[in-house]
Design a protein around this ligand. Sequence first.
Ligand SMILES: *Cc1c(COP(=O)(O)O)cnc(C)c1O
Length: 874
Amino acid sequence: MKAIRRFTVRPLLPEPLRPLSDLARNLRWSWHAETRELFQSVDPERWAVSAGDPIRLLGSVRPARLAELAEDRRFLRRLSAAADDLHDYVTGDRWYQTHEGSAELPSAVAYFSPEFGITAALPQYSGGLGILAGDHLKAASDLGVPLIGVGLLYRHGYFRQTLSRDGWQQEHYPVLDPNELPLTLLKEDDGTPAQVSLALPGGRRLRARVWLAQVGRVPLLLLDSDVEENALGERGVTDRLYGGGSEHRLLQEMLLGIGGVRAVRTYCRLTGHAPPEVFHTNEGHAGFLGLERIAELCDQGLDFDSGLESVRAGTVFTTHTPVPAGIDRFDRELVARHFGQDAELPRMDVGRILNLGMETYPGGEPNLFNMAVMGLRLAQRANGVSLLHGQVSREMFAGLWPGFDADEVPITSVTNGVHAPTWVAPEVLRLGARQVGAQRTEDALSVGGSDRWDSVADIPDQDIWDLRRNLREQLVLEVRDRLRASWRQRGAGTAELGWIDGVLDPDVLTIGFARRVPSYKRLTLMLQDRDRLMDLLLHPERPIQIVVAGKAHPADDGGKRLVQELVRFADDPRVRHRIVFLPDYGMAMAQKLYPGCDIWLNNPLRPLEACGTSGMKAALNGCLNLSVLDGWWDEWFQPDFGWAIPTADGAATDADRRDAIEAAALYDLLEQRVTPRFYERGRHGLPDRWIEMVRQTLTLLGPKVLAGRMVREYVERLYAPAARAHRSLHPDAARDLAAWKAKVRGAWHGVTVDHVETSAATLTAELGTTLALRVRLTLGDLTPDDVEVQAVSGRVDTEDRITDATTVPLKPVGGPDLEGRWVYEGPLSLDRTGPYGYTVRILPSHPLLASAAELGLVAGPSEELGEGAGVLLR
Ligand SMILES: *Cc1c(COP(=O)(O)O)cnc(C)c1O
């Protein structure tokens, strides 16, 4: 029988146990092992069936057991200690509060993301982007950074993956009842649910309520459109993550960006929380937040351009993908329909909105509205997520700053990190605690600090090796359980499944490969030469075993074919004890997988992996990385602690050939380097050299890969400057800056470099010589206060392009002559031998610009003048 209505009956905890409810509602339990142990001791059996979710546990414990615990003095003492600890954690001063100049730091930062991976108990993520957002919130909480997270609450989350008998991915969308999740509803003072509302074309409205997840010190606001006041279509806007067509996506993103700002305002009004001075958008999906904030300022009397300046100053945009398919682009028409008179932001000029998302570079699509492009235009500060990705992003978006070299494009990088307390296995933490104490281990993992990890060197080899085996064995058991469940689901009877007891071996070198399945991650690269792989798996002395997992996007049949190919290979009775595919990759599985593997494999098509974070989580557990030099591995790889798979990128190699070359390199490494090192035994019967690599992984990579390090960088390099810039741009300053930009843009055609001369006009010169440079130029309606004139010099390539440029500002000497020309002078030091060149350029200059390229305006010598100006010294 099917129920017609569904309620959640919340347990009534006896008075002495009330603190359990607070502990369950603050998601800090998800990274605090002691709190989880407390919940486990409430009822170990039910804890196991509730999949480690305290809310589910408390909903299922028998009242008799609760009554018993309410009398249990020892339990109550532990409970009160845990509650005190949480209280101290949430209220005490942390890194941010004691940071030098903390009064200057932003009073609050709003962090927007389409997905958040905080715990398996709140499944609101699809992969790396969401996990990163979750780790960002947790690290911010540990550091005391006053962040407010903003996202959507998806009724079905992403999807659950199972397999058909023949290995085809099946998607399931179980309904999540927010009342059964670790959430509370944000309410007005009169007790009614707080709501935000958006105007849609045709007089429709999209309303959403706001759920609050408490992530340690950080509130996370999740907007949910499934409210009775909405029409059926609008109720479904937050139905699932990355599902539906274009219009559906647009509505989700409008709700996230515009509704998200309104939710933040409501939250601050109701709780007295300081309003954010900085808004950070994790990928372009939330970009509309900038429009809503401009609209707010326009309501306070500012014009669009001045509002834009003020909003830009306080906005940080993080781009996460060099893959064009990863960027949202909408039909201009569709966007146009959802803004203006009859829809959202009615007082704003729709043309201005559309221009913000216009692809104004060569090859740009005139009819599309690009969310990343808008993100860059609405944020004065932008970054990629690893050094290499920063460089790739500068090249990818260089067209938005015509006239500038890619390395001057104002996109920096902050390399991702991972939240160690979430991802480090309790066994590893215990070893750390034994070595340096629990508090120091906790501090080193959450706040970070580069010198704390040396004590790893003192851990005896035997302890490291015992730990590795223990973790591997736990993984083996976990894999068998999951595989059994998967085969039952695929229709196998128990009698057929005896072989699963022999799947994987706790003493065999274990390789993990788990991630989403977009084509660039090359799930099936390992299958390029099946015979060679089979030999590796079945090697009589030095076998390997492989655990694979990953979800393909529901609309990606290509990805599903890759999954099927892998599953079919792993189903082969000859190898099925050595390679497994586990369905439904998610956080719970990941937390077992990384610690249990010896090698974490990553073989994306370089440079398409913006950063990658699973290898970092593996490293923190002493698992070694074997990876293509892409993302973070390109930056931090050292042969002391891992292996780099050589790549065939750059050269004009076709895709198939490239796969073949890189797969062959992978097999070579496994056969010749990795397996011998794992199986060789030293004097005490231990693989000394392997253990040394584990140790180096922990000491050298450990402090770098932390989310604490990442969030500290965001605070110091992006949030703090953004807050300062935003404060400088009070309404009058914003108006002045907007007016100045308009003046400069209007007058720029009159800015020219007319004549350049040097003290020596020879084609050769000696190292150490300083030449005097003299430039005549016209500024039209501008004055020297509006510009900077620079000499740019450096080594030149065969096409006379200056490679490693140095810039030196030139100074005006004397006022304008009768024709309105200015003369600028300065020294040019010839500090390098070999082919050398220089040029001169004029840039707009204003103290409130964050980068010289900000306006995308530059004037240099004309072509004819170029000959004379760029005298080459060879
Ligand atoms: C870390 C993580 C990811 C991201 O891994 P990448 O290496 O960036 O692909 C995806 N899914 C889960 C469950 C994770 O824990």
